[in-house]
Design a protein around this ligand. Sequence first.
Ligand code: HEC
Length: 186
Amino acid sequence: MSVRLQTFMSKKFIFLFLIIYLSFSSIVVNSQERVRLGTPITESQLAEFDLIAEPDGTGLPDGSGTAKQGKSVYDINCAVCHGPDGEGTSGNTVIVGGDMQSEGPPLRTVGSYWPYASTVFDFIRRAMPATAPKSLTNEQVYQVTAYVLFMNGIISEDAELNARTLLSIEMPNAKGFIDRSNIHSN
Ligand code: HEC
């Protein structure tokens, strides 16, 4: 390679390098400008977002309701997907019935699967109605939870559901789970 060609090439390289460097550095600057990291979430916003109600009662809000009151909440907000009597409109929307003794794969309904009534409350408050989660008041969630439990034959129509009575409910499948939290595989 001649000396002239070498100089030409190295100039070309420097030029290319500069172009690449400049385009990359401008991308970095631009992306930094575009990143919007937002503002830190406050404790109360976080609590509203989390809404966790645990089987020991932690996180259950004030309020109460009966199945009688919950029927209209259910008819308006839930029946379209879960059917007028909880029979479901598709495989995973059945919330009433199920057979815990079946040898085949279990039908997971509130009555035949869920171990804690507080978790039913928690799930409905957090995730239902599926098209508008968290749109119900705590009072309405107590009422409609009572109605779902009533449809499953777990409580009576007039039983008042609140943070205290919810914990006293023994769900049919409460003992159907095996605690594997202490089993370690090697
Ligand atoms: C737009 C349809 C829709 C509406 C409205 C709706 N749900 Fe659901 N719901 C679903 C679907 C879909 C699932 C299954 C979710 C899954 O498997 O992850 C579900 C799951 C559930 C479950 C758990 C079922 C189980 O045994 O696993 C409960 C309980 C429940 N919904 C209650 C309600 C209540 C109460 C309302 C009214 C306040 C409501 N849903 C409104 C679609 C809906």
